[in-house]
Design a binder for this molecule. Structure first.
Ligand code: SAH
Length: 230
């Protein structure tokens, strides 16, 4: 199977459907264009270790689309440590109502992202080069996002510390955890009421577990909502 072939797009559409998500033929085509660019640039810039077409469809696109139900209409979202654009680019393709800001500290990756956004003709999405710890101090980013999402980025503690400053009141953090990241140790200090203290801040924590369709691969989505200081 080749990336962006009819069969590849069908795999992506059926995989997403198994998770309860509807990807249109046009959206699958745009995701295919992103995947082709990603693998092309990957020859010179390290963007992904996943290159097998079926795995690209399922482990990149279907996997990250699983976050969509946790993101409300017209939300402003920040993708922290986006790499080749995951989860931000597939989410922006699936949900044109969202306003998406991709951030990565590696300039070459951001050059790729800007190129991909232009080639794919996406709107409502921007790619920013910088470190989260610096960007959160800028007034256009600090406190401005309804959701901060990340995948394969860091420990929950580091994610919470680095991204809490970006969150607007009422917002929450979404961490997408990979297969090997058994985060039991990270959530060990969760209290009976579901709350957890990370970096001195108290969050309510919910873990949504799912499996990638057609693969026996477990994933989890950790939703962290800061609790009002009482
Ligand atoms: N989310 C992508 C990439 C994960 S790798 C995916 O799931 O495929 C983590 C990415 O975070 C890398 O691209 C790295 O350059 C970026 N990164 C690490 N620390 C960062 C920081 N402090 N600020 C911004 N980006 C960072």
């Amino acid at each position: 199977m080749e990336i962006d072939s009819e069969k590849w797009r069908q795999t992506l559409i059926e995989g997403a459907f198994a998770l309860g998500l509807t990807v249109t033929a046009n959206q699958a085509r745009t995701m295919g264009e992103h995947a082709l660019e990603l693998l092309q640039w990957n020859r010179v810039t390290n963007l992904t270790s996943i290159t097998d077409p079926v795995n690209v469809a399922l482990k990149h696109y279907v996997d990250v689309l699983a976050a969509a139900p946790w993101i409300g209409d017209r939300a402003q979202i920040l993708d922290a440590g986006t790499g080749g654009g995951f989860p931000g680019i597939p989410l922006a393709i699936l949900r044109p109502d969202l306003s998406v800001t991709l951030v990565d500290s590696v300039r070459k990756k951001v050059t790729f992202l800007k190129h991909a956004i232009r080639i794919l003709g996406l709107s409502g999405i921007d790619a920013i080069h910088g470190r989260l710890e610096d960007l959160c101090l800028l007034p256009q980013y600090g406190g401005k996002f309804d959701r901060v999402v990340c995948r394969a980025f860091s420990s929950l503690e580091d994610f919470a510390n680095l991204t809490l400053p970006f969150l607007s009141p009422g917002g929450c953090l979404l961490a997408m955890k990979g297969p090997q990241a058994d985060h039991a140790h990270e959530t060990a200090n969760q209290k009976d009421d579901g709350s957890i203290i990370l970096g001195g801040t108290s969050f309510s924590m919910r873990i949504h577990r799912y499996r990638l369709p057609f693969l026996d691969a477990r994933r989890s989505l950790v939703v962290l909502t800061p609790l009002a200081k009482g």
